[in-house]
Design a protein around this ligand. Structure first.
Ligand SMILES: [Zn+2]
Ligand SMILES: [Zn+2]
Length: 153
């Protein structure tokens, strides 16, 4: 598995290859890092149930679509179409098929609503659904609410 998060202090990306243990995940750029709850949970199939960073159980799935790779495929197809323009239509159709195959070949990633931690390379539990704005707002609101008193001081 791979876990992507970021340092709240300097926003440097933090990559982990196992569930974080309770305590500070050190940041390689600044001397601080991100605090992890360390109570991450996996189900019997190894799918994520509880986020190991913040302990949140609200998670959503998303296609692990590498935008850079997608862009290169488009550039390649357009390039081919320009060079072999007598085969324009078959090349464009072929390109669309390649895009479609790529889309389905890519796995799902799981993202935590609360801390935005990204979990890759592990099975995704069936009950985890796509992004839900209501759940997202619930966490946005919660964070804003806890931040407010600080601003008043
Ligand atoms: Zn940092
Ligand atoms: Zn989390």
């Amino acid at each position: 598995m791979e876990l992507n998060t970021f340092c709240p202090e300097c926003e440097n990306g933090i990559f982990l290859h196992e569930m974080p243990k309770a305590g500070l995940i050190p940041c390689t750029r600044c001397s601080k890092g991100r605090e992890a709850s360390g109570n991450g949970e996996l189900d019997a199939k190894g799918a994520l149930v509880r986020c190991g960073i913040c302990g949140c159980t609200d998670l959503y799935r998303q296609k692990d679509f590498n935008t850079k790779l997608g862009l290169w495929v488009v550039v390649l197809i357009v390039g081919l179409a320009l060079v072999f323009n007598q085969y324009l239509i078959p090349i464009l159709i072929g390109g669309a098929i390649v895009d479609l195959i790529l889309y389905f070949a890519l796995g799902d990633i799981v993202i935590c609503y609360q801390c935005r931690g990204i979990y890759r390379g592990m099975p995704v539990a069936e009950k985890i659904e796509g992004f839900d704005l209501k759940t997202h707002d619930k966490y946005e609101f919660k964070t804003k609410k806890t931040e407010e008193p600080k601003e008043l001081l």
